[in-house]
Ligand binder design. Structure first.
Ligand code: ADP
Ligand code: MG
Length: 346
């Protein structure tokens, strides 16, 4: 495998503030727990005030389309270039994670809805790039999971997403838990192949789009924790454990990026095991940390800002997954390995 391109980079951290809801306005008026300073700085207005800076701070006026241009579009280009990529939405329940990742998908593609989120927009753009590359557009992308589904256009992917979101709801209800207690992971592998001077080049990249469980402290007892261990994976959507293990991994990764040698407990949870590469390895990773501006959410918002500040210091070492020798078999083995990983999570 040719590992001739690599990019050592910090995680990209984006803060997104949702608008106050009508209910919040009716109770507390328009006062907020955060003040936007610039497109990279935000102040938490509690006591004492704390100022934070990030790669991007998006206020409530930033549309889905604008956010896609900032965060989604570069991700598609990364994947097409052979880099594994991962986007996480983090934040307390009600802060806008699902709005960001899925948004309004019932209406189909973004042509039908301005509220369409990052995932459908990413796929729409991905397919438009693939169609340009390979006219037939055949087997350009497939959803890899419990059930492998070949898709040839963005509409197929959105159908899978709608199905997945419905399964997530049903699974959550069956387990008597709100979907705020589950992570949703949508994984796909993008393969591309082209000829140049008689040599077949082959690239693949893994794309993970993750809508995390609510980051608020879980009030669950041990017994509830047991329930959460039941895993049901279906079309990219899983009910997994809570966020604690992810936080531990992130805290250790920060320490490692600061030069400490530590064991990272990837295997302690299914989520961190599945996303091992995205968390500390061969991947370009973006966190969208969603916050609520409501005074009633002030402490959770501060905790999310602090989490995001911590994650800023994590470095990944992304490499292009490319093979220029025509030896496609090595790639196939890796893809099989990835499939096995996912099926172990069932
Ligand atoms: P979460 O997934 O974090 O629990 P949701 O995405 O379900 O939160 O958002 C909670 C509510 O706030 C939903 O009604 C959603 O439509 C609304 N909302 C969230 N973010 C935005 C935004 N940026 N613009 C408009 N409405 C938003
Ligand atoms: Mg949600």
């Amino acid at each position: 495998m040719n590992l001739n391109h690599q990019a050592l980079g910090f995680w990209e951290i984006i803060i997104r503030t949702r608008p106050l809801s009508n209910a919040e306005i009716s109770v507390q008026g328009y006062s907020k727990c955060v003040r936007q300073e610039s497109c990279q700085a935000i102040t938490w207005t509690g006591h004492p005030e704390s100022r934070f800076t990030f790669d991007v701070v998006a206020d409530e006026n930033v549309s889905q389309e604008k956010l896609f241009k900032v965060a989604g579009l570069p991700m598609v280009e990364n994947c097409m270039g052979g880099y594994n990529s991962c986007m996480f939405a983090y934040g307390q329940t009600g802060s806008g994670k699902t709005h960001t990742m899925l948004g309004d998908i019932e209406g189909g593609t973004r042509r039908h809805s301005v509220n369409c989120g990052m995932t459908p927009r990413i796929f729409e753009h991905l397919f438009s790039r693939i169609q340009k590359m390979r006219e037939d557009g055949k087997k350009g992308v497939y959803v890899e999971n419990l059930k492998e589904v070949e898709v040839t256009n963005a509409r197929d992917v959105i159908q899978q997403l709608i199905q997945g979101a419905a399964n997530r709801k049903v699974a959550a209800t069956n387990m008597n838990h709100a979907s705020s207690r589950s992570h949703s992971v949508f994984t796909c592998i993008i393969e591309s192949q082209w000829e140049s001077q008689g040599v077949t080049h082959f690239r693949f990249a893994r794309l993970n789009l993750v809508d995390l469980a609510g980051s608020e402290r879980q009030k669950s007892s041990g017994a509830e924790g047991e329930h959460l261990k039941e895993v049901s994976f279906n079309l990219g959507v899983g009910i997994l454990t809570n966020n604690l293990e992810l936080l531990l991994v992130i805290i250790n990764l920060v320490s490692i990026s600061n030069g400490k040698s530590l064991h990272v407990p990837y295997r302690d949870s299914k989520l961190t095991f599945l996303l091992q590469d995205s968390l500390g390895g061969n991947s370009k990773t973006i966190i969208i940390a969603n916050i609520s501006p409501s005074i009633s959410c002030s402490l959770e918002t501060l905790s999310t800002l602090k989490f995001a500040q911590r994650a800023k210091f994590i470095k990944n070492n992304a490499i292009v997954n490319e093979d220029a020798s025509g030896d496609v078999i090595a790639m196939r083995i890796q893809i099989q390995q990835l499939k096995k990983e996912v099926s172990h999570l069932r």
